[in-house]
Design a protein around this ligand. Structure first.
Ligand SMILES: Nc1ncnc2c1ncn2[C@@H]1O[C@H](COP(=O)(O)OP(=O)(O)O)[C@@H](O)[C@H]1O
Ligand SMILES: [Mg+2]
Length: 603
């Protein structure tokens, strides 16, 4: 790629220079959580020559590269003549006429009219017009090395007056796309498929955020398909579905290799069909007969199975799970590692003296053992900072312990029925189905099912089961809300999901979650996500939560308000070529795959 290859000057139309940098602060009082958030974002402001084509092009997502002559220490090892370009992402444009700056409503109307006439006639003709281009630093610079662009991280700041160039299509591809990666969508503003490392996308946990109807479940279904594809048979995805969307969204995979579990009565075709939502857009593509045939097939093949939840107030928090959680703190030398180590020893003593079983829910333990455990945990809590995550985890366990009692039943009910624990075992077994959907329309059931499933999954993983498992939580605010309570079981499900997020990677257990209200989500959980997709979120507060949780430039995020269904701002620390460079993409429509499969099987 020659020097023309790195940049696209739009046939000589694009010329721009850096004017200055500015820092903007966005603050919201209160909002969903009753606490104020303030984020600061840095922006460069370029002055580009006024040109209509340039103006229109800059409305689309694009990157600019601002020249920077390097000081001696930076030039070693590459780059021609010590010149680099700092890469910025365009966040907004505003065409400006010199006279606009001198005009205000205090001027008499006749004069304002005069001004407006001059301004309108001046666009593109007068030298006094230009385009202000706002752009956010990506944290990268590019140098040319033997004609090829080489991108490296850089926190250098360009100097006022420095020329800026539009990054060409080829250079943008080389900046963003992973060689040999899996395509997940088309980069908006360019006709380029964004390729990513799909393994890392799921391995380091991903989030999908957007208002209802922006396409979260659709995109999540695509991610499920691509992960399973990439895993090539070594892995199972377990979807926790409260809205009844996934059986249809993954209809083909369910029919050919999936199982649907539910505590609802779904044993006949009618109740199965009634329980699931068919997107309106699919109604015209799949006939009622086709759907019935599909549902009938699922029932006949034994793919729809009852799930027994019982009334597990503890949500499956066992002594073994508690020990494993503590071990996580100890091994990772996190805050509280020492306290965790001490507590592990005390619990071991209590367990061996009382002959306690490790996989019985803690609230089902004998009263005496519960008393001793509570005391040990309370003492540990006394020595911890109440903002540490160990404190949060232990308080949750404590409140489950103290709320328990009176129930001595084992977790499996002993009957060979399907339980969250048996589903976990199935998911890690050698002949596991690739797809398991757990449909629980009652949020309480969803929390019981997910927390017991996850606790057992992590337990099994720690005892040698290697099979990869992806856990999908749609409507994640039902599982890991910002405010947790014991009586509605959100405390239990939060504890389990947080453990999955924190420890899962080590054990090949991964999580994808989707939610419409980020502000209502547990912040600890959010911070464990290394990749995320954002679509339109109408509430300012939600956007600020995302900007703050992920240190994402707010001006870039603000552009999500213009996105359409199926369009996303995608940011990843692990799965993209560069870390945390926000990219706007259009993802394929999962429903096309579903419709195509129905067409194929009925022809
Ligand atoms: N990538 C896409 N391309 C085209 N249409 C889409 C796309 N994603 C979603 N849609 C449309 O939007 C509708 C809502 O999508 P859905 O995934 O159910 O949204 P959410 O889960 O955010 O409420 C779908 O029925 C579909 O018609
Ligand atoms: Mg949805």
């Amino acid at each position: 790629m020659g020097s023309e290859g790195l940049f696209d000057d739009m046939g000589g139309r694009f010329t721009a220079r850096l004017r200055h940098h500015q820092t903007l602060t966005h603050t919201s009082p209160g909002g969903g959580r009753g606490e104020s958030i303030s984020v600061r974002s840095r922006l460069g402001v370029l002055e580009a020559r006024f040109d209509l084509e340039v103006l229109d092009r800059l409305h689309e997502p694009c990157f600019v590269a601002i020249e920077r002559v390097l000081g001696g220490i930076h030039t070693r090892g590459g780059g021609d003549a010590g010149k680099a370009y700092l890469v910025y992402e365009v966040t907004g444009v505003s065409p400006t006429h010199y006279q606009m700056l001198a005009m205000n409503t205090a001027l008499p109307t006749v004069i304002r009219k005069e001004y407006l006439n001059t301004i309108y006639e001046g666009w593109g003709v007068s030298d006094e017009t230009w385009v202000d281009v706002h752009c956010a630093p990506t944290g990268y610079m590019v140098v040319e090395d033997g004609g090829r662009p080489v991108f490296t991280r850089s926190s250098l700041v360009p100097l006022a007056g420095a020329p800026a160039h539009l990054l060409s299509r080829e250079a943008t591809r080389s900046f963003l796309c992973v060689e040999g990666g899996v395509p997940i969508g088309t980069i908006l503003g360019f006709d380029i498929e964004l390729t990513v490392d799909i393994h890392s996308l799921v391995k380091y946990h991903a989030g999908v955020f957007g208002f209802t109807g922006t396409g979260k479940s659709n995109l999540t279904s695509l991610i499920v398909r691509q992960s399973l594809d990439a895993w090539g048979g070594d892995g199972t995805v377990v979807v926790f579905d409260v809205a009844g969307e996934y059986a249809v969204n993954l209809a083909d995979m369910l029919a050919t290799g999936g199982i649907l579990y539910s505590p609802e009565e779904l044993g006949d075709v009618d109740s199965l069909l009634e329980s699931q939502t068919l997107p309106e857009t699919l109604e015209s593509k799949i006939s009622a007969e086709q759907l019935r045939a599909w549902a009938g097939g699922l029932v006949d093949d034994g793919r729809v199975r009852p799930l027994q939840l019982g009334d597990e107030g503890g949500g499956g928090i066992t002594l073994g799970f508690l020990l494993d959680t503590l071990r996580g703190y100890k091994d990772d030398r996190k805050t509280g590692a020492v306290q965790a180590a001490v507590l592990i020893e005390r619990i071991r003593v209590i367990a061996s003296e009382g002959g306690l079983e490790l996989d019985v829910p803690v609230e089902s333990l004998p009263a005496e053992a519960r008393g001793e455990l509570s005391e040990a945990i309370s003492q540990t809590l006394g020595g911890l900072n109440d903002r540490s995550s160990l404190y949060t985890d232990l308080s949750a366990v404590l409140s489950v312990l103290e709320g328990g009692g009176g129930r001595a039943q084992g977790v499996d009910g002993g009957s060979g029925a399907n339980t969250p624990e048996s589903v976990a075992l199935q998911a890690v077994s050698k002949d596991a189905p690739p797809l398991i959907i757990v449909y629980t329309p009652e949020p309480r059931d969803a929390r019981v099912a997910s927390s017991r499933f996850i606790s057992r999954l992590l337990y099994l993983k720690k005892h040698g089961y290697r099979r990869r498992v992806g856990v999908v939580l749609d409507e994640a605010q039902e599982f890991i809300p910002y405010d947790t309570r014991r009586d509605d079981l959100t405390l239990q499900s939060s504890l389990a999901v947080e453990s999955l997020l924190r420890q899962g990677r080590k054990y090949r257990a991964h999580c994808v979650l989707a939610t419409q209200r980020v502000a209502h989500l547990n912040t600890n959980a959010l911070q464990q996500l290394h990749s995320y997709f954002v679509s339109t979120m109408p509430r300012y507060y939600d956007r600020l939560v995302v900007a703050e949780a992920f240190s994402l430039n707010y001006e870039v995020l603000e552009r999500t308000t213009e996105l359409d269904t199926g369009q996303w701002l995608f940011v990843s620390f692990k799965s993209t070529k560069q870390r945390n460079v926000p990219v706007f993409i259009q993802t394929p429509n999962n429903e096309d795959k579903v419709a195509e499969w129905f067409r194929m099987v009925s022809s």
